[in-house]
Design a protein around this ligand. Structure first.
Ligand code: ATP
Ligand code: MG
Length: 204
């Protein structure tokens, strides 16, 4: 009998900055899909965000570390920050699959808004062959998979796994705006994240 495969979650994002919404969907995916760990991978130069100024990689990485350190199932990997050029999830997954071999099933955790843009992702049909997707709804964004089915075929739908999580109306955009306006971000991000942002005067 084939041994049960290990299941690992991948939480990619710009995390500019990381907030409770990210942590809630990562934990829900871990629990519901019985993942042995969730690896947070901050993007260096997000392909979808070219043109907008993003906080320095080192600060974003440190914030992700602070936010995840109390969860023994969470881990942070800086592979995308070490690579030159835009951060493509395809390159990241290919490298992970190469090192972990066939013994691991990867679940890429995304919110509904990202799931809806999936057809624009670099080498998406090959990415579907490398990993499954764990999709959580995002407030106000209905999940639409019709086009995905049309373009990539019925089979890929079986590789998209719904995750139930509280739908929190929190975004990094809103947090940056609040900081810029001198408003509170308390309880929207972990305490240590808030303290570091204040100490470093980020997003002001
Ligand atoms: P920005 O407003 O700058 O786009 P963001 O809050 O969307 O930031 P990202 O780093 O872009 O954060 O998102 C990383 C991943 O987390 C994406 O898959 C996104 O859909 C998901 N995500 C972020 N916030 C939430 C949330 N509140 N609920 C569910 N998913 C979320
Ligand atoms: Mg986003």
């Amino acid at each position: 009998m084939a041994a049960e495969k290990k299941r690992v979650g991948i939480m990619g994002g710009t995390f500019d900055p990381i907030h409770i919404g990210h942590l809630v969907i990562a934990e829900a995916a871990r629990e519901q899909l019985a993942l042995s760990e969730v690896i947070f991978i901050p993007a260096a130069q997000p392909p979808h965000k070219a043109g907008r100024e993003v906080a320095p990689a080192g600060h974003r990485l440190h914030l992700v570390q602070l936010a995840t350190e109390s969860n023994p199932f969470f881990r942070v990997l800086d592979v995308e920050m070490k690579r030159e050029g835009p951060s493509y999830s395809y390159d990241t997954l290919r490298a992970l699959v190469e090192t972990h071999g066939e013994s691991t099933d990867f679940y890429f955790i995304v919110g509904g808004d990202e799931m809806n843009t999936i057809l624009t992702w670099h080498r998406i049909s090959e990415l579907f062959a490398l990993c499954r997707f764990a999709a959580a709804r995002r407030q106000g964004v209905p999940l639409s998979l019709l086009e995905v089915r049309e373009r990539l075929g019925e089979e890929v739908l079986a590789r998209i796994h719904p995750v139930q999580a509280p739908e929190l109306e929190i975004s990094s955009t809103d947090i940056r705006r609040r900081l810029c306006e001198g408003r509170s971000i308390r309880y929207l991000v972990p305490e240590k994240v808030e303290a570091y942002i204040c100490k470093e005067g980020l997003y002001q």
